[in-house]
Ligand binder design. Structure first.
Ligand SMILES: NC(=O)c1ccc[n+]([C@@H]2O[C@H](COP(=O)([O-])OP(=O)(O)OC[C@H]3O[C@@H](n4cnc5c(N)ncnc54)[C@H](OP(=O)(O)O)[C@@H]3O)[C@@H](O)[C@H]2O)c1
Length: 315
């Protein structure tokens, strides 16, 4: 009833309505009905994957820590609502990895339970040394994710990258994954990432970029754009530290200019200001956070110059 009166208010613009929903969700006042209210709102923006032109929604969900929960716990019980919040907002990318505890199993169980696999762009990662060990780990990932095919398989942190990428090329040719890529989370590895990008063809790069770790914008993002490599951004909140530092501060007045109603949305829009970025995957296991984050997937996306004077406020 509360959402209905909000939605029907002619005095409230759509952007204001969405911001209010996000604020209420953060405060825990909206649950599944709140997610339904957001379905009628502006759709999430998409950006094309360079190697195919396939549109990819710009905000996804990372599963490091947030999905590492076992059935029976309160945290596990809400994971389905995280995925529904993503889908309701027009998102579809879920990023996981073999080494995220039982996150792959949780993702697989949630998708199986809701028959949601085909609506999700499912990305995972291999972290292994040697061809056989890598293949075994990826087969295990597919089993845990309860799928016979991934959308994206990535070499995690460049571990044994030459060997694992050779396998990934085979897997792509054999239809086990639609796209392949490499990942890293640390700025000190950007030189090595650049070398790999220049030497082996991949569809995706996943890399760290945020207001406190902005280096990727200098060389890696322009390079990915030149090479026609799609970019997924991890750690948009600096692994969570940025959010912890900002959470008690009021959001700046200029947040309204870019349609943001929370710090999370501001930090995500900072990332999406980069046109080379296809998708950002803030990690969460909380439906209200997923809903908050997804709202930042709607325009407007400011030009990078918007942040010139403002980046110091948020970093
Ligand atoms: N090498 C790699 O390939 C690599 C490395 C790191 C990460 N990743 C991927 O990238 C994803 C994102 O990175 P990350 O999870 O390390 O860090 P992150 O996205 O920068 O931050 C995650 C933290 O932000 C909190 N958070 C999320 N949404 C929020 C919101 N709306 N309001 C307040 N707090 C919010 C989360 O807590 P709650 O759970 O309480 O929401 C969590 O503590 C990972 O989950 C993973 O899938 C890949």
């Amino acid at each position: 009833m509360f959402e209905t009166s909000l939605a029907s208010s002619t005095a409230m613009t759509r952007a204001q309505f969405l911001r209010t929903c996000a604020q209420l969700a953060v405060a825990g006042m909206l649950s599944n009905s709140g997610l339904a209210a957001s379905r009628t709102a502006t759709a999430m923006a998409t950006r094309p994957i360079p190697s195919t032109g396939e549109p990819l929604p710009v905000v996804g969900c990372g599963t490091y820590r947030g999905f590492d929960y076992a059935p029976g716990s309160d945290e596990y019980a809400r994971l389905g609502r995280v995925v529904y919040a993503l889908l309701e907002a027009g998102g579809k990318v879920i990023d996981t990895a073999a080494i995220y505890g039982r996150a792959e199993r949780s993702v697989g169980e949630v998708l199986q339970e809701g028959n949601l696999r085909r609506q999700i762009f499912l990305a995972s990662k291999v972290w292994s040394t040697g061809r056989e060990a890598g293949v075994q780990q990826m087969e295990r990932s597919l089993k845990d994710l309860m799928t016979d095919k991934l959308d994206l398989m990535q070499v995690h942190n460049l571990i044994d990258v030459k060997t694992q990428l050779a396998t990934l090329h085979d897997w792509k040719a054999n239809g086990r994954t639609r796209y392949i890529g490499i990942t890293h989370y640390d700025t000190s590895a950007h030189d090595e990432v650049e070398k790999v990008l220049r030497s082996v063809p991949v569809d995706f790069l996943q890399i760290n970029y945020s207001a406190e770790e902005p280096d990727a914008a200098k060389r890696l993002l322009p390079l990915a754009a030149d090479l026609g490599v799609a970019v997924i951004i991890n750690r948009p909140f600096g692994g969570g530290g940025l959010m912890r530092r900002l959470r008690d501060k009021p959001i700046p007045v200029w947040a309204g200019e870019i349609g943001c109603g929370s710090w999370a949305q501001i930090l995500i829009k900072f990332v999406l200001s980069q046109s080379a970025v296809n998708c950002v995957i803030p990690g969460t296991g909380k439906p209200e956070h997923m809903m908050d984050n997804a709202i930042a997937g709607q325009g407007p996306f400011p030009d990078p110059s918007f942040w010139t004077k403002r980046a110091t406020i948020i970093a």
